[in-house]
Design a protein around this ligand. Structure first.
Ligand SMILES: Cc1cc2nc3c(=O)[nH]c(=O)nc-3n(C[C@H](O)[C@H](O)[C@H](O)COP(=O)(O)OP(=O)(O)OC[C@H]3O[C@@H](n4cnc5c(N)ncnc54)[C@H](O)[C@@H]3O)c2cc1C
Length: 457
């Protein structure tokens, strides 16, 4: 039986980012078990036209750059730093495994294997069961990412009606009468943008939008020369929060200073899930006029689509595009460190790979479990509009705690996956932003806590 320091279940982005930091910062050994044939997790199942939603510069593992920080000259992301495609993300993680992890002699990799518990996993190719003796087991599957190609829609589809995951758009043999995009998260937005980008008229698209969403402006989430803007926008956010008079006022201020966007300015969003777009994308999405705001789809019948709050006439000539998987499930919070178990979760909103690398650093650099858990206080995935407040507050509390620790601050300042790191931001801009955050941070945190107590009772 093989024996290792860490048995990592899941070779997706989080498992890889965790393993990378352990390998870089300690002399420990790691085994990685994954059901897929290569690392990268859900990126192996993603729709072919997916790209990262945030710049490549912040993604992947801490020790290896992803992409070249090229500024896109064309397309929806024009003028902003490149976003890796799913093929690039998969190739990148494969290189990390083949060129770094395996040659280190400290990693064993078990693809095509399902973990069944107690150090045991079974190969789906040979049926062979292997048990590994590990000092610690790292659960890198807990976030439970699901994508449309691997999870059937939750609604019924009558015989004769066509409903496909958006992956199948690229293989369509003939044009349907209308494209009915089911889901208005980032995946639904991507489906609409792909259709529009391929010449489909906005009039041929029906967009089922159970909830409207507050959306982030990608121009404010940029590395390199742009990072200053990102950091100053964060500092401005603290000032804006401190000055807000109510929750509604806070959202309006965030919108008027460009930090939050929405598709329709006459509809109050009730969702916030870190979806990120450019203004070009937003303008294109706004060209879609047939938006169904009647809750979630319950069934697709041969003549109508039944939703929570009504029905819409449809025909067998319509193509329904399933974009309703939960890629950002809100999971119950668990302690990250629990004796011999480590459960990877987010310690900064929607920054999964940063969080996994951060947790690995804390694992390697600190001994006391209570302190480790305090440093790695989980910031659960947002879902509702009010979660924007919750995550902003939780991020600020974590950030303030980390700033008290000199060694940790130094690590953060050099972490590639931390968009606010010194590697990404000029020192004078950091100082300016820090001054703003220090001046308004406490007031902003108090204001957020007050607003939250109003809604939570
Ligand atoms: C379309 C899309 C775009 C995104 N874009 C960005 C972005 O730009 N920037 C960003 O920071 N985040 C982005 N995210 C968030 C993204 O989910 C994470 O960054 C990250 O890829 C998630 O990785 P993971 O390791 O948590 O999960 P996964 O990719 O799901 O990896 C988990 C792995 O565990 C394996 N597994 C599960 N159970 C078992 C078992 N019992 N035995 C063995 N193996 C098992 C699975 O097969 C899988 O390979 C995006 C997400 C989606 C869906």
């Amino acid at each position: 039986m093989t024996s290792v320091d860490y048995l990592v279940i899941g070779g997706g982005a989080m498992g890889m980012a965790f393993a990378d930091t352990i390998l870089s910062e300690t002399d420990k050994t790691v085994a990685i078990v994954d059901k897929h044939h290569r690392p990268g997790g859900h990126w192996n199942d993603a729709y072919p036209f997916v790209r990262l939603h945030q710049p490549s510069a912040f993604y992947g593992v801490n020790s290896r750059h992803l992409g070249n920080d090229t500024i896109d000259q064309t397309g929806w992301n024009e003028g902003l730093v490149e976003l890796a495609s799913s093929a690039e993300v998969c190739a990148y993680f494969d290189q990390v495994m083949q060129q770094q992890f395996l040659p280190s002699g400290r990693v064993e990799y078990f693809p095509m294997c399902e973990y069944v518990g107690k150090g045991r996993f079974v190969s789906s190719v040979t049926g062979e069961a292997v048990t590994i003796d590990a000092k610690k087991v790292v659960d890198a599957t807990y976030m439970n990412v699901t994508v449309p190609s691997t999870s059937a829609p939750s609604f019924e589809v009558a015989e004769g009606m066509r409903c496909v995951p958006l992956n199948e758009l690229v293989g369509l043999a003939e044009r349907p009468d209308r494209y009915v995009v089911v889901g208005a998260g980032k995946t639904g937005m991507d489906a609409c943008l792909w259709l529009l980008g391929n010449g489909v008229s906005a009039d041929e698209i029906v967009w089922v939008m159970p909830r409207d969403s507050w959306i982030l402006d990608r121009a404010l989430i940029q590395p390199g020369d742009f990072a200053a803007r990102t950091l100053l926008a964060f500092a401005d956010q603290m000032v804006m929060v401190a000055e807000a008079e109510s929750i509604d006022d806070l959202f309006l201020r965030a919108e008027s200073n460009g930090q939050l966007l929405r598709i329709d300015q006459t509809v109050k969003p009730t969702m916030y899930r870190c979806a990120t777009v450019t203004h070009k994308e937003l303008d294109a999405l706004r060209s879609i006029r047939t938006i169904v705001r009647q809750g979630r789809v319950k069934s697709i019948q041969t003549d109508r689509m039944v939703l929570d709050e009504g029905e819409v006439a449809v025909t067998p000539g319509d193509l329904f595009i399933h974009c309703s998987a939960d890629g950002l499930e809100r999971r119950p919070v668990k302690p990250v460190f629990d004796d011999a178990a480590i459960t990877l979760q987010t310690v900064r909103t929607c920054q999964q790979v940063f969080s996994a690398a951060f947790i690995a650093h804390v694992e390697g650099a600190y001994d006391d479990e209570a302190e480790k858990n305090e440093l790695c206080t989980v910031v659960p995935h947002p879902d509702s509009d009010v979660d924007f407040l919750r995550t902003t507050l939780a991020n600020s509390i974590n950030g303030a705690r980390w700033a008290q620790d000199e060694r940790l601050s130094e690590w953060l300042a050099n972490a590639r996956l931390d968009g606010f790191s010194a590697a990404n931001v000029d020192a004078s801009v950091r100082a300016e932003a820090l001054e703003k955050v220090q001046a308004s941070g406490m007031a902003a945190a108090a204001k957020l806590a007050t607003f939250l107590s109003e809604v939570e009772g």
